[in-house]
Design a protein. Sequence first.
Length: 84
Amino acid sequence: MRAITKRAILSTITAAGLAAVLTTSVQARPTYCMREGYYYADRKTGGDRTSSQWDYYVGLWFDTNDCNGEYACNDTTIACVIPE
């Protein structure tokens, strides 16, 4: 009986840990809109992601596109707006 209980507890902990890892990995992935913003800044600055110019262009992208809202641009229905 004791071995069964121990095994059940370990399998529950393992399943919960796996679910936490999977959830964290999905949440950490940038959205399509965010990736497009990074690519936009890369094109404008030559890819130097440590420069203040890169930060400026990423900020400009996010000011122009609502990447976290209901109407965030995506690769299927809503096109991103490219800042000029």
